[in-house]
Design a protein around this ligand. Sequence first.
Ligand code: SF4
Length: 266
Amino acid sequence: MSIHSQDDLFGFADRPEPPPDPKAIAAAASREKLRLVHARLCKEYGCPVAYFHELSPLDELVSSLLSHRTRNSESGAAYKELRARFPDWTAVRDAPVGEVQDAIKTCNWPEQKAPRIQQILRLVTERRGGELSLDFLGDLSVRAARDWLEELPGVGPKTSAAVLIFSGLRRRALPVDSHHHRVAQRLGLIPMSLDVGPAHAVLEAMLPDEWDAQTVYDDHEILMFHGQRCCYYRGPECARCLLLDLCPDGQKRLEGKAAPRASSSK
Ligand code: SF4
């Protein structure tokens, strides 16, 4: 029996190549599209984008908690007031809750945020054996640091990513705010039905491996800028959008077809 006939016998001769994994192909296509989007938006808005502040990771965590569903100017004022009234986070942790609530009254829901911030400060102290600091997160892998943070009440993927990348740690983590989420949905990088929480993992998996923390930060900022300056929640200005040829949703809107609405909040 020839080798060929043996191969035929065992079914090896004409064995087809394994079919390509559609998920892997889709992921690679999305990554390439993300690169194109990133390059155009960087040209438009200017990269590298300057970091807007340099806080410690614990400062950043409190700042992020204050910013939930609150305008930046209002949460910024609340953060400043908190820092002005209390000498350090230990004093905030141990103060009567009403005093903390009064200090942060410019942000939304101070009556919920004050006890939550104090609870978190107590939990950090406990979990760190008496030390009220998150500087140790810089010694962990990004995944381990995010898991540690996400065990705290009210801390989800957006906050854990914000602590790692916006603080002085400058780690490679991608926060996704409502603007970033909406633009990614409309561009078809993620499904319209994908909520902002689970969108973090999908968009993060799409990041090219060679992008460093600054590039990941730029990516978040420029997608957010685009949502604020062109791809508005209501009435996106698709006709002047530099991403129109990459955007199925924008093309449908201009053709006058009913486009599915992005599920993210305003
Ligand atoms: S084409 Fe329209 S929907 Fe698409 S990203 Fe631009 S502004 Fe948004």
